[in-house]
Design a protein around this ligand. Structure first.
Ligand SMILES: *[C@@H]1O[C@H](CO)[C@@H](O)[C@H](O)[C@H]1NC(C)=O
Ligand SMILES: *[C@@H]1O[C@H](CO)[C@@H](O)[C@H](O)[C@H]1NC(C)=O
Length: 517
């Protein structure tokens, strides 16, 4: 017993009442020190306070004390009538004070352990954040070093030996893009498409989840164009995102298309998905109807374009079947209905490897197809500049050319000779731009109004061969700038902040931002 006691002693310290040797716990009367009995004169008896004695001993004790009688153990007032006989064959009380003490200390240990585990989890999370941040800074440092090396190298080259950052003609009024910031978007790579959310002043780059084990899938990284820093990652899809689009209502509802057979609408204010449509096939592209934001479009891998009415949350309201091939719809753009008499109709331009089609929108669910006279095969991207109705068609190197070619085309509408026939929509080439000899990735290019004004446009394309963004003047066809990147450029997005114009280019990992100066 004493061995066990000493073993348990440290545990029993907390909460266990101090024990006094021989007090009320033995089998003996504390007056005569003889064992009490279960019957007879020395049978078990108690007072109001609960202390135990032999019957005759306590009777004698109380009697001898008279009016001032007290319990011999606790000094509580006692009188003869307080004596109560206890009936027990054999009295045995389990001593569980040690057990209770151990229980208490076990609970305390458990709560300490829970607290420690919680703290440890929090520290692990903090470590992860700091590690990520560290990796990001390392990348930025590397990027800066590379840039410095490039700048240094250029300074030592003979004048005009490099195109980097230099203007090639005077048509942009002496202005050009100047590198402003590189932002690491995804350490692990996998970025693909880029879009700009004007009301929130942030760029959105698609990427796989940075915490793939905790939150698997794909989403977008928000990059603030005010601080020029990457901020939140918003999880949206299960598989790779292929298209991102905003409507022209200047709200922050992001339409996204992914290979997980869905298109989704995500509120970028609450960072939550508010609507999901199951398309039944992987989705390669998407866009809003810019004449009526009730409608959105999904370009599928089997060549069909599905029309969705956002008031109907169940399924598509219309299907635009491919006229010729069943190649995936790699690009979708909406040309708004215009006041222009030369091209008054609005509609959808769907591009696939096999060519393009303009789906003239007659009303919400009536569309009239016009096949566009593009070269067959190798068309990787079609972009639209709505104001000028210019389409930028990109062809990968192939039979007709060894180089990546971007052909700027103008949309036109020609009334048929027979007035009974509907007018037909078509397009014709106005300018061709050549880039390098490789094109393995489906990159997205850009055609937009030049920040230089005067109605001129710029054409930008990612050149895989040189891992750079080519900037051409649309009207003269001249190469204006060649902006270097770390890896092949996958998407290009012009944007404006506080009346300043910028250009962003996205590679698998990095976003590079240039300011028009
Ligand atoms: C493409 O797939 C969708 C969804 O499964 C289907 O509704 C559509 O009819 C298909 N189109 C073609 C051309 O097979
Ligand atoms: C958009 O289309 C819906 C359905 O056809 C129609 O009720 C609504 O008035 C249209 N809105 C605009 C702005 O044209």
């Amino acid at each position: 017993m004493s061995g066990v006691q000493s073993l348990l002693a440290p545990l029993a310290v907390v909460g266990a009442p101090p024990r006094q040797e021989g007090e009320g716990e033995g089998e003996t009367c504390s007056i005569c020190f003889e064992p009490w009995t279960t019957a007879g004169d020395h049978r078990l008896a108690t007072l109001r306070c609960g202390h135990l004695f032999g019957k005759t001993c306590i009777e004698r004790w109380v009697k001898s004390q008279g009016q001032e009688a007290k319990c011999p153990q606790c000094n509580k007032k006692a009188k003869r009538s307080d004596i109560v006989l206890l009936y027990a064959h054999k009295l045995r009380a389990l001593d569980n004070t040690e057990q209770e003490g151990m229980k208490k200390s076990l609970e305390q240990e458990q709560s300490r352990r829970r607290k420690a585990e919680l703290e440890s989890a929090q520290f692990r999370l903090q470590l992860q954040v700091v590690t990520d941040e560290n990796g990001k800074l390392r990348r930025q440092l590397q990027e800066l070093r590379t840039l410095m090396a490039q700048t240094g190298g250029r300074a030592s080259q003979p004048h005009g030996a490099s195109l980097q950052g230099q203007r090639q003609d005077g048509s942009q009024g002496g202005h050009h893009y100047v590198f402003s910031k590189a932002v690491l978007v995804s350490q692990a790579g996998g970025c693909r498409v880029l879009s700009y959310c004007e009301p929130l002043s942030c760029l959105l780059a698609s990427q796989p989840s940075p915490q793939a084990t905790l939150v698997p899938g794909c989403g977008v990284k928000k990059v603030s164009t005010v601080t020029m820093k990457a901020c939140q990652y918003v999880p949206i899809h299960i598989k790779q995102i292929r298209g991102l689009a905003f409507n022209n209502q200047a709200d922050s509802l992001l339409l996204s298309a992914a290979l997980d057979n869905t298109i989704k609408l995500t509120s970028l204010i609450t960072n939550t998905v508010v609507q999901t449509y199951n398309t039944g096939k992987p989705v390669w592209s998407c866009c809003w109807c810019l004449d009526n934001s009730t409608y959105v479009y999904a370009g599928l891998s089997n060549g069909s374009v599905l029309v969705y009415d956002t008031r109907d949350t169940s399924t598509h309201v219309h299907e635009l079947q491919p006229l010729r091939s069943r190649c995936p719809v790699a690009s979708l753009s909406y040309v708004p209905r215009a006041a222009s008499s030369s091209f008054p109709c609005g509609g959808l331009i769907a591009g696939s490897l096999e060519g393009g089609c303009f789906w003239e929108q007659l009303d919400g669910t009536t569309y009239r197809p016009h096949l566009l006279p593009l070269e067959t095969g190798g068309c990787t991207d079609i972009q639209v500049e709505a104001e000028s109705r210019h389409c930028l068609v990109t062809y990968r190197p192939g039979r007709s050319s060894a180089y990546l070619r971007c052909v700027l085309m103008e949309l036109a509408r020609t009334p048929q000779l027979d007035s009974a026939q509907e007018p037909s929509c078509s397009c014709y080439p106005v300018q061709t731009f050549n880039a390098g000899a490789s094109c393995k990735l489906l990159t997205k290019n850009a055609v937009f109004r030049s920040p230089a004004g005067g109605g001129s446009s710029l054409v930008c394309a990612g050149d895989e061969a040189s891992s750079s963004t080519m900037v051409w003047d649309a009207s003269s066809g001249a190469l204006v700038q060649k902006l270097p990147a770390d890896l092949p450029v996958l998407d290009i997005c012009p944007f404006e902040v506080n009346q300043d114009s910028y250009l962003a280019s996205l590679t698998e990992k990095m976003l590079k931002i240039y300011k028009w100066e």
